[in-house]
Design a protein around this ligand. Structure first.
Ligand SMILES: [Mn+2]
Length: 260
């Protein structure tokens, strides 16, 4: 029995790469239902496919599933990221019933307005005036590469997915600094533009918190974490995580944060 939500956000699926957890995502999509699904960028990794073209059946099955959901009445919206930026040229039109947008504005049941964007637009601001060139986005994402290899072995042994780079990144101060700056700058950017919150992806670090009065929400990724954000009918925002047996539903966050 699928759990019903008002809205669902997922991003950084990176279809077309060995690191993509397509099978887990398909299982996740069996377990949740939503009135609308925001695809918040880096869904298909066209960047990687330029050097190493591959598209396994499970990856195509994810594409087919999303198109089928749109066909059966789910409002599916696609906001391209930096790994599928070519689709930005299609903004204003749609792909198989899925509108393509540069960004979206989500309205909550309480009437709050959240900016929905991938987040790469902030990369320039994040590096400005810091030494993050030494440990920028490129190095950060390189750490995710080793995961695919390790987990291929772990899966063959029947073990659950373990994210090495997630653990490694948590210990590296450069990575922590990058994540913290991204979160702060994303919230400030949305606040400057008059929004009550921002929902994004890009940094492969799920999280939800208030930053200077603006809700910051990151839906994570389907390379390391296997996470999505979901809004209930009453407007609570939850971080969902895929597990072998069931979708793990995190604590209520938005309503408590917003009431604080
Ligand atoms: Mn990205």
């Amino acid at each position: 029995m699928a759990t019903r939500f008002r809205s669902l956000w997922l991003s950084d699926v990176h279809l077309g790469t060995g690191a993509c957890r397509a099978t887990e995502l398909l299982d996740f999509l069996d377990q949740v239902q939503a009135e609308r699904i925001y695809l918040v960028g880096d869904i298909v990794d066209l960047e990687r496919m330029k050097s190493r073209p591959r598209f396994p059946d499970a990856h195509m099955a994810v594409v087919s599933r999303l198109i089928a959901l749109a066909d059966r009445g789910t409002e599916v919206l696609f906001i391209p990221g930096n790994h599928d930026y070519e689709f930005r040229d299609l903004a204003g039109s749609d792909i198989c019933g899925i509108p393509v947008l540069l960004e979206a504005v989500h309205e909550t049941p309480a009437g709050d307005r959240w900016l929905v964007m991938h987040g790469d637009v902030l990369d320039g601001r994040i590096r400005k005036g810091t030494n993050l060139e030494k440990f920028g986005a490129a190095a950060y994402f390189l750490l995710t590469e080793a995961d695919a290899l390790i987990n291929r072995f772990r899966r063959s042994l029947g073990q659950d997915y373990y994210s090495m780079s997630a653990g490694l990144k948590a210990r590296l101060s450069g990575a922590r600094e990058y994540v913290k700056r991204f979160e702060t700058i994303a919230a400030a950017y949305a606040g400057e533009r008059g929004y009550d919150g921002v929902v994004c992806g890009h940094i492969h670090k799920p999280g939800v918190r208030m930053i200077d009065g603006v809700l910051y929400a990151n839906d994570g990724d389907w390379v390391e974490h296997g996470t999505a954000l979901a809004e209930t009918a009453s407007g609570d925002l939850k971080l969902l995580g895929w597990r072998r047996d069931a979708v793990q539903i995190g604590d209520t966050v938005a309503s408590e944060l917003l009431a604080a």
